[in-house]
Design a protein around this ligand. Structure first.
Ligand code: O2Y
Ligand code: MN
Length: 595
C-alpha cells in the first residue's frame, strides 16, 4: 500500500464508483505476472505456447471489434475548444465526465480492480514520470509489467506527497454473479468505447477497450498525449520517436531520434544492423522519446518504456532479426495465428505455414480467404531481451541527441536524404512530413497523408502551438541543437521497383549524417535542402546503379512546387496559431522553388 493520501483517496473514490469484487495493489513481482497469466488461462482467454519453442509465452485473441487504437473514440477535453486545435476530438470536460461516470458506475462488478503503480522511464530519472493505472484487466497488468516499470519500488519513489498521473481503465464488461469470461475477450461495443484525456488535470479515463494503446495507458495516452501538453508547459519534449546509438569505427557515439508515421519501418530502424564495416548500432527505444535540456545545455533523451509493443505481420529474420530474437521467450502475442505445434505465425514471418488457427479462432490454411494474423497483431516483449539493446538504455541521465530524423513513405518526389539548412527549416520538414497510404494496385495513385512529426494522433494540443514549442526549444538549445534530416527509403523507379535496398543499408544514410556533423562528407545545396554529393554516400558493396542513385537524389523542382498549395492549405487550418516562423519557412521554400 501507499502513504500517498491523494492516491489512497482516488483509489477509494473509484472503487465506490466501479464496485469491483476486490482491489489488488500490484507489487510488480514475477509471481504477480505469473498469477495474471494463470487467471487468464483459467478464463480461457490466454493460450500457453509450446514451452520448448517459445518459453513462458502466451497467445491472446481479442474481440474482432477491439483490434487497434480507435482514433474516432479518442477525445481531448479542455475548457477551451481552441486549445486542442482542429486535429483532436474536443469535448467539454464536465459533459465527458458525466457520460463516462454513467459507464463506470458498477462496471467492475465480478472483477478485481488492479492498482498499477508504474514509472515511465527509469525510476528516479529527472526525466521520468509516475503514473497509476487502475484497471479490471489482468491482460493490461501483464502487459504493463513488460512495457513499464511496475510495483512497490514505484510507490516508494512516489512517497507521501509525490505527483502521479491518474489513469483510469475498465474493459466495460461487468460480470453477473457466477459469470466468467469463458474464453471471450471482454470489451464494450464500439459506441461505448472512450479513450479520454484531460490535459489540464493530467488525467486519463479509458473505457470499453482492452487493446493496446487504448488500454495500456502508459504508452500513447500518457507518454505522448498527456506528456505532449506537460512538455510544452514545462519546457521539454515528448516525441513519437525511436532512439538509437550509432558508433563509428573511431569509436565516436552518435545518438539519433527519429519520427516516422506508421508502416515506415520504425521498429526495424531502431534495431538496425549496419552493413558498413566498423559501424555499430544499438537500440535505446522503438517508439517514444522524452527529452530535456541538461545543465550542460545538451538535449538528453530517455525511452520512457521498458518493452516493445511491436506489429507482428511483416516482422521476420530478414526484415528485423533483432526483433525476432527479442520475442523468443517471455512474450505476449495478441491476434497472431496459432500453429499446429503450438507456436505463433503471421503473414511475412518468412517461413510458410500449412495449417493453423487464425486470429479469430477459425481453422486456417494458405487457401483461406482471410489473413491468419490480424494486420495489427502484436508482440509485447521486454526491451532487455533485444540482443542489440544499448548498455545506456536505462541511464537515468538519458543520452545526448545529435540528430533528429523525420521521414515518410513516398514512392516519388522526396529524395533519399535531405539535410535541413538550419533548425527552423528542420522544423518545417518535420511539420510537412507526409506518407502515402500503401496503394492496393500499382496504377492507383495513393493518397498523401500529412502527419507532422508523426504526432497527428498524439499531440493533445493545437498543432500550431506544438510547432511554436519546437521553435522555442531550438532557441534554447542554440548551438547545441541536434541537426535535422529528412529521409525517404521508399522511392521507386518508373517500373515500380524499389530504388534503395533499405534495411541494414539504411546505415549508409545514417553514416552520411554523422560524417556531415564531423565535416567529413560533402553535400550539394538544392532549393529543398542539402543533399549528398554523388560520391559522398558510402555505397561500397551495395547494388545501387549510378542511374538509380541519380534518381534517388533527384530534386524535381516542378513536383515540389505542385505540392505547395496543399501544404499551404494544411498549414492554414491552424489559423492564428500558425507560427510566424513557419509562415516564413513556407515563403522561403516557395521562393527557392521559383514560385
Ligand atoms: O494498435 C494499437 O493499439 C497500438 S498502436 C502503436 C503501438 C506501438 C507503437 N506505435 C503505435 C502507433 O500507433 O504509433
Ligand atoms: Mn507508435
Amino acid at each position: 500500500m501507499t502513504k500517498n493520501e491523494k492516491l489512497k483517496q482516488w483509489v477509494s473514490e473509484m472503487k465506490k464508483i466501479c464496485t469491483p469484487d476486490a482491489v489488488h495493489w500490484c507489487d510488480g513481482s514475477k509471481d504477480e505476472y505469473d498469477r495474471m497469466l494463470e487467471i487468464m488461462l483459467d478464463a480461457g482467454i490466454a493460450m500457453k505456447l509450446d514451452e520448448s519453442k517459445r518459453p513462458n509465452s502466451f497467445l491472446f485473441r481479442s474481440d474482432p471489434s477491439d483490434v487497434a487504437r480507435v482514433e474516432d473514440r479518442t477525445y481531448v477535453a479542455s475548457r477551451k475548444k481552441e486549445d486542442v486545435g482542429p486535429t483532436n476530438n474536443w469535448v467539454e470536460p464536465k459533459e465527458l465526465k458525466e457520460k463516462m461516470l454513467k459507464l463506470y458506475n458498477g462496471c467492475m462488478k465480478g472483477r478485481t480492480m488492479y492498482v498499477i503503480p508504474f514509472s515511465m522511464g527509469p525510476i528516479g530519472s529527472p526525466i521520468s514520470k509516475i503514473g497509476i493505472e487502475m484497471t479490471d484487466s489482468p491482460y493490461v497488468v501483464a502487459n504493463m509489467h513488460i512495457m513499464t516499470r511496475v510495483g512497490t519500488k514505484v510507490l516508494e519513489a512516489l512517497g507521501a506527497d509525490g505527483e502521479f498521473i491518474p489513469c483510469m481503465h475498465s474493459v466495460g464488461k461487468p460480470l453477473a454473479q457466477g459469470e466468467t469470461d469463458n474464453g471471450k475477450w471482454p470489451c464494450a461495443p464500439i459506441e461505448q468505447k472512450y479513450i479520454s484525456h484531460f490535459p489540464e488535470e493530467n488525467l486519463i479515463w479509458s473505457y470499453g477497450s482492452g487493446y493496446g494503446g487504448n488500454a495500456l495507458l502508459g504508452k500513447k495516452c500518457l507518454a505522448l498525449r498527456i506528456a505532449s501538453v506537460m512538455a510544452k508547459r514545462e519546457g521539454w519534449m515528448a516525441e513519437h520517436m525511436l532512439i538509437l546509438r550509432l558508433t563509428n569505427p573511431e569509436g565516436r557515439k552518435f545518438h539519433i531520434a527519429a519520427a516516422f508515421p506508421s508502416a515506415c519501418g520504425k521498429t526495424n530502424l531502431a534495431m538496425l544492423q549496419p552493413t558498413i564495416k566498423g559501424w555499430k548500432c544499438e537500440c535505446i527505444g522503438d517508439d517514444i522519446a522524452w527529452m530535456k535540456i541538461a545543465p550542460d545545455g545538451s538535449l538528453r533523451a530517455i525511452n520512457p518504456e521498458s518493452g516493445f509493443f511491436g506489429v507482428a505481420p511483416g516482422t521476420s529474420y530478414e526484415s528485423n532479426p533483432m526483433a525476432m530474437e527479442s520475442i523468443r521467450k517471455n512474450t505476449i502475442f495478441t491476434n497472431c495465428l496459432l500453429t499446429d505445434d503450438n507456436d505463433i505465425w503471421w503473414e511475412g514471418i518468412g517461413v510458410p505455414c500449412k495449417h493453423g488457427v487464425d486470429w479469430k479462432g477459425k481453422e486456417w490454411t494458405p487457401e483461406s480467404k482471410e489473413k491468419g494474423a490480424h494486420p495489427n497483431a502484436r508482440f509485447t516483449a521486454p526491451a532487455r531481451q533485444c540482443p542489440v539493446i544499448c548498455p545506456d538504455w536505462e541511464n537515468p541521465e538519458g543520452v545526448p541527441i545529435d540528430i533528429f530524423i523525420f521521414g515518410g513513405r513516398r514512392t516519388s518526389v522526396v529524395p533519399l536524404v535531405t539535410e535541413s539548412f538550419d533548425w527552423d527549416h528542420g522544423v518545417y520538414l518535420g511539420a510537412t512530413a507526409a506518407s502515402e497510404a500503401t496503394a492496393a494496385a500499382l496504377d492507383v495513385k495513393s493518397k498523401l497523408r500529412r502527419d507532422p512529426f508523426a504526432m497527428l494522433p498524439f499531440c493533445a494540443y493545437d498543432m500550431g502551438d506544438y510547432w511554436q514549442h519546437w521553435f522555442d526549444m531550438g532557441d534554447r538549445l542554440g548551438k547545441k541543437a541536434p541537426k535535422i534530416f529528412y529521409v525517404n527509403w521508399f522511392r521507386k523507379d518508373a517500373d515500380g521497383k524499389w530504388l534503395w535496398p533499405g534495411f541494414g543499408d539504411n546505415s549508409r544514410v545514417l553514416k552520411w549524417m554523422c560524417d556531415r556533423i564531423e565535416g567529413k562528407a560533402e553535400c550539394v545545396e538544392t532549393p529543398i535542402g542539402r543533399l549528398p554529393s554523388k560520391t559522398s554516400l558510402d555505397l561500397s558493396g551495395v547494388k545501387v546503379t549510378g542511374k538509380d542513385l541519380e534518381e534517388l537524389l533527384k530534386v524535381d523542382v516542378q513536383a515540389w512546387k505542385s505540392e505547395l498549395p496543399e501544404i499551404e492549405e494544411f498549414m492554414n487550418q491552424f489559423k492564428d496559431r500558425l507560427p510566424e516562423r513557419m509562415k516564413k519557412q513556407f515563403a522561403k521554400m516557395k521562393k527557392q522553388l521559383g514560385g
